[in-house]
Design a protein around this ligand. Structure first.
Ligand SMILES: Cc1ncc(COP(=O)(O)O)c(C=O)c1O
Length: 442
């Protein structure tokens, strides 16, 4: 497109005020892996079905899809152990259980999160302690330092929206206080921090294969670590509480007594393993498509006065899945986002590629009503009511608890970068940002 043509588009009347929108077709769905589903996925899943062996541990002709998936994770992440599980949520629960988290303990969790990170803590009888974020939209090292107490047992470091934040500082503080570190890499599969893979800075890393993630099997999760003891605990807890022998049979009487535990039935099926394996083989390609599109858009958006971009300490490790923009106040953010939508920055059906972060629901601590209201699965109010947990009776979770989260939630915008953007799509996105800025931020 000629510069003159672009200039006209940028200067034209805003679509929200009756002008011609930059684009009329929807932005493609954000779910990165689905755009790459094809023959490989069909081949691997078909093999499992033809072999009539959907259970990973035994069957007439096991295809070892879960084993292969775990081997791929060990290779990508350079760890000794990987364990496929039924979801990222269960991966968090299992990992914290393996670390021995329970009543009397608190687990430090950032306020920009996903409910799964709270869920695992509360289901184990422990207490979540909220930590604020910084301009990276991940846990603030300074606030972590302030929040650690004698009851702190572990920290869940969440690499939110495709990017690790000030990872090394957070890890250093946690280590000095002898806290276990769980890295939640559900939104950051394939990412690195200064060349070292995420998930390998702490004690355990977890991943998710839910549909919104870089690679997907619809459902599923992965746990990685290099500590034999933690891994053996994770194994028993993910299954039926016992180890299995090399023919896949439960070692209920013969396994090491340290690993006689309680399982939560979160095994991975061979069908999930097959889909996830086919997808993980394309992980680099998928992330690199998102990253290259995002940084082409970012290069132009960062020139716009009035927009500040999320701080990214190591752009080379970004998966590229999200572009976060920050405005001077909530009103400007809402105006800008609504105007972008009117220019055609919308998706089909469930897909919402362009939103204010105020619309980002359960990603913010204060929208998790079960947390805010200290809900229990039991009528006795467990775990909040436990005598061991009375140290936390004054903890608050409503909006107002974390000032930086509250502020950024109110004036940041989120653009989800699909893994299949064409040059024309990228140009439309850039032109929309420039056009709206031309009018709204002038
Ligand atoms: C940061 C984060 N942690 C955990 C999860 C939980 O994963 P799952 O949906 O596989 O249970 C998700 C995604 O859903 C997530 O975004």
């Amino acid at each position: 497109m000629s510069n003159c043509n672009s200039r006209e588009k940028i200067d034209g009347q805003l679509a929200i005020e009756g002008g011609k929108p930059i684009r009329s077709k929807p932005i493609p769905e954000e779910s990165p892996g689905i755009h790459y589903m094809g023959d490989k996925e069909i081949e691997y899943v078909t093999r499992v079905v033809k072999a009539r062996s959907p259970f990973r541990f035994y069957g007439p002709d096991v295809q070892h899809m879960c084993d292969r998936l775990e081997a791929k994770f060990r290779e990508i992440y350079g760890v000794d152990h990987a364990l496929g599980v039924s979801s990222g949520t269960q991966a968090i629960y299992i990992s914290l259980a393996a670390m021995g988290v329970g009543p009397g303990d608190e687990v430090l969790v950032p306020g920009y999160l996903w409910p799964s990170c709270l869920n695992g803590v509360v289901r184990l009888g422990a207490i979540p302690r909220l930590v604020d974020i910084d301009e990276t939209f991940t846990m603030s090292a300074q606030d972590l330092q302030k929040k650690i107490t004698p009851n702190s047992k572990a920290v869940v470091l969440i690499h939110m929206s495709g990017v690790p934040g000030n990872l090394e500082s957070v890890v250093e503080i946690a280590r000095k206080s002898n806290l276990h570190i769980l890295e939640d890499c559900a939104q950051c599969n394939g990412s690195t921090f200064h060349g070292k893979p995420v998930g390998t800075f702490g004690d355990i890393g977890i991943f998710s294969f839910q549909i919104n993630k870089s690679v997907t099997a619809g459902e599923g999760g992965m746990i990685i670590c290099s500590d034999d003891h933690l891994f053996n605990r994770c194994f028993g807890i993910h299954d039926l509480g016992y180890a299995r022998n090399n023919t896949g049979i439960l070692m209920d009487t013969s396994c090491d007594e340290r690993y006689h535990l309680w399982g939560c039935g979160a095994r991975m099926s061979e069908l999930t393993g097959a889909l996830a394996l086919a997808q993980v083989e394309k992980l680099k390609q998928i992330n690199s498509a998102m990253r290259s599109a995002k940084y082409r858009i970012r290069k132009d958006v960062e020139q716009i006065p009035g927009i500040v971009l999320r701080k990214i300490p190591d752009p080379a490790g970004d998966t590229g899945a999200f572009l976060i923009t920050i405005y001077k106040d909530g009103k400007t953010c809402r105006q800008f986002t609504e105007a972008l939508k009117a220019e055609g920055m919308t998706g089909r059906g469930y897909a919402k590629p362009c939103i204010t972060m105020e619309e980002w629901g359960l990603h913010w601590y204060f929208n998790n009503k079960s947390l805010v209201n200290k809900k229990s699965l039991h009528a006795n109010g467990w775990p909040w009511s436990l005598s061991e947990n009375q140290f936390a009776s004054a903890y608050k979770y409503a909006r107002g608890t974390l000032p930086v989260c509250d502020d950024l939630a109110s004036r940041a915008g989120l653009f989800k970068i699909p893994s299949c953007l064409t040059d024309d799509d990228i140009e439309d996105i850039i032109l929309s940002f420039k056009k709206v800025a031309n009018h709204v931020l002038r």
